[in-house]
Design a protein around this ligand. Structure first.
Ligand code: SAM
Length: 269
């Protein structure tokens, strides 16, 4: 069967076997269900099936037919469950499945951040080992003070540990993508963050190069923010990437405690 990579589904098939091995080595050794998102031509799937059962979600119906053929025995025996469709649609209720699970994937880059955020917020998800665009991986991994430190860093590092596994040049894929890729691993230690805290972070990093005070005062009372900044010893000129994870949680909790309204000015009573 002649399969041509489809750009619209972010298909860049991983051909470098040493990187496939690095991914396999990085997967936490737990009994949780193993989910692969976007098995593609099944190269990674084949390795995964050597040691465990796999549930795989694939959107491309041509690839689904190909995989059904390639893994007919494993599907028959129940080792592989192949689900054809958009993985995001199966997530609509906030959980991808009831059982605890871990994700392994070479993710389609056009929805990689979305998938990771959904998995991080899914209480059934225990770990995520994924290949993504390096530029996005650097945001999840960044330390406070680094230019890349962003709301993604705060979210991921608030929910658990994030580590870098390996980098992959474009030549590791067929067809080669335009960008360098990285494999990263998230180990979840906490279930999820509230949607109000996520909204707060969105405001904090709205304009990353402006001051945190300017960004937050678009939404929260400046008077209260000034008090909170003073208590936490944060200068008014501090930028969003210079404030650490714990301070973000503190600012948010102090705003909550003060019952500050969500719209600018509402709370100045
Ligand atoms: N795992 C294969 C590999 O490493 O060679 C393929 C990786 S390729 C970067 C991304 C895969 O995700 C493709 O097979 C693509 O069809 C699939 N995909 C894209 N969007 C998807 C979605 N919304 N739900 C499920 N699979 C998707």
């Amino acid at each position: 069967m002649n399969i041509k990579a489809k750009k619209k589904f972010g298909q860049n098939f991983l051909k470098d076997k040493s990187i496939v091995e690095e991914i396999i080595k990085a997967i936490p050794n737990s009994n949780h269900k193993l989910i692969e998102i976007g098995p593609g031509l099944g190269d990674l799937t084949e390795h995964l099936l050597k040691s465990q059962d796999v549930v795989a979600f694939e959107i491309d119906l041509d690839l689904c037919k190909y995989l059904n053929d390639k893994f007919s025995e494993e599907i028959e025996s129940g080792k592989l469950q192949l689900i054809c469709g958009d993985v995001l649609e199966f997530w609509s209720s906030g959980k991808l499945m009831e059982d605890d699970y871990k994700i392994v994937a070479n993710l389609p880059y056009y929805i990689a951040t979305n998938i990771i955020l959904k998995a991080l917020q899914d209480s059934s998800c225990n770990s995520i080992t994924v290949m993504i665009q390096k530029e996005v991986a650097d945001k999840f991994l960044a330390d406070v003070g680094e230019r890349e430190f962003s709301s993604l860093s705060v979210i991921a590092q608030s929910l658990g540990d994030v580590r870098h596994i390996v980098e992959a040049p474009p030549s590791a894929f067929d067809p080669p993508p335009k960008v360098v890729s990285s494999v990263i691993e998230f180990k979840k230690l906490h279930e999820s963050l509230s949607s109000e805290f996520l909204d707060f972070l969105r405001s904090a990093f709205q304009q990353p190069r402006k001051t945190l005070m300017k960004n937050l005062s678009q939404k929260y009372s400046r008077e209260y923010l000034e008090k909170i900044f003073e208590q936490l010893d944060l200068t008014q000129s501090i930028r969003p990437h210079q404030v650490d994870k714990m301070d973000y949680h503190q600012i948010y909790e102090m705003l909550e405690d003060l019952k500050i309204g969500r719209e600018r000015g509402v709370t100045k009573t």
